[in-house]
Design a binder for this molecule. Sequence first.
Ligand code: MN
Length: 210
Amino acid sequence: MAKKYELPELDYAYDALEPYISAEIMELHHSKHHQGYVDGANAAVEALEKARAEGTAESQVAPIAKNLAFNLGGHANHCLFWRNLAPASGQKPEGALLDAINERFGSFEQFKKEYAATATSIQGSGWAVLAWDKFAKQLVIAQVTDGHQDNHPFGVVPLLLLDMWEHSFYLQYKNVKADYVEAFWNVINWEEVAKRFDHAANKPCPACGN
Ligand code: MN
């Protein structure tokens, strides 16, 4: 029997990110949207188990597997996203993470500019991601478009995610994505991002050895 995915509890209250992200958005986003991905992933796993038990043809299994990847991607990305958010604390990156940002982007301000441009230029739904590329051993900023997982190869470790699906900002920021991204800088849990960075940059990848 396959294990079930579960909606994680948040480390903060729904209104803890106000005024930058409204309680209304947070509650809907977590309890409805994220829950939807959890339910979708569990339903897909169940469908795969059933198909296996019934000896269903590969061609019929493939769309279920694709559905699982979509929903599991949504679940994973939201788990990472909630944990890289924190109530407004005036935090900034420091230490080795700040050094890596400066080395790659020249300055923290330039990094913010490039990250914001990456986020606001996503066409349709997607995610903006600061990641550690284990192959080049450097930070990269990437767009994940058309869902939750594409353009997200193994060996590239996500550190800081920003949900750019409309459900994450529209109720509060309408079509002004730039204001949503600007607000985001006030509610980042840089300690969590630094933890991810230390792990990604200092522990070899068991798959690729980098
Ligand atoms: Mn979302």
